[in-house]
Design a protein around this ligand. Sequence first.
Ligand code: KG4
Ligand code: ZN
Length: 339
Amino acid sequence: MDTNETVVLGIESSCDDTAAAIVAGGRLRSSVISSQLVHAGFGGVVPELASRAHQRLIVPVVEQALKEAGVTKGDLDAVAVTYGPGLAGSLLVGLSFAKAYAFALDVPLVGVNHLEGHVYSVFIEPPVPAFPFLCLVVSGGHTQLVLVEEGFRHTTLGRTRDDAAGEAFDKVAKLLDLGYPGGPRIDALAREGDPSFHTFPRSRPGGLDFSFSGLKTSVLYYLNAFSEAERTALLEAHLPDLCAAFQQAVVDVLIDAVRRALHETGVRHLAIVGGVSANTALRAAADDLAEAEGVTLHVPRLAHCMDNAAMIAVTGRVKLAAGQTSPLTLTAEPNLNLT
Ligand code: KG4
Ligand code: ZN
């Protein structure tokens, strides 16, 4: 199949974003994301509400993606869809829709691992990395250092032993009453803060693995050491400083592991992907690291860091070209791993 001409619809519904995108002629033509607002008052994603919202949103979101790309469903050559990991009910909505669409249009279905989608988000637009590259996947559910070779060959060099980096941002944001998702709020506040205000622990559990639950607990203990009145005064005066100090601890741990992985592997290309790759301090530290190490750095634009369907369409296009299509019996895999 001539993939330069193929038109692929990508669908993503693994968590609380309903998204669809079109890749045609090797270029991203549209990317529509409808972020669900129903979870705002709950301090996290409510699975049952998420699947119901996906059901309401999936048809209009796909229609919008087709319209913005200037294509019709008859132009589609394949339907790519996230089949895991994620919330079972949410995955099922996107997957069932994609299967029905592919079956009705008589085009191949391409199942995409959401984490693979994040890895290949650096291929949405040029400059794309050369193989092999080192990829730090930092999202709400995963923190993983992966060596990526051509042909979807991945070797995990390190992963979190407890919380993911994004989860640490979200949990600390909850402790600080900042709402969900916490990462963007902490990032914004930290820009006005002083990271040297307090030194939170940098955990190194062994090898290239990560651990963030101790950091979260140390923020909790730090706050609990104050009386209620003192804490209120502290947060009034130093909330940005606390955010900056916590964020710096996360960034230091991530960058330290990436530096060691670059040295150990000798790989010359680095990618940082997933929701936390939107973080201002992490992006700045990654720039400095890449310059110091003389490696090329690939970080997606902000819209492609968080969950989106452009990454699913792009990954689907590469899989389709490699003949890696899926049967219509494909099932949702909530606990799917990258490797
Ligand atoms: O990749 P993603 O959109 O969803 C998952 O696959 O999990 O990542 C979401 C995570 C959330 O934990 C969110 O707080 C975090 O990414 N995040 C950030 C920022 N933007 C999103 N963390 C730190 N700084 C940010 N600017
Ligand atoms: Zn994600």
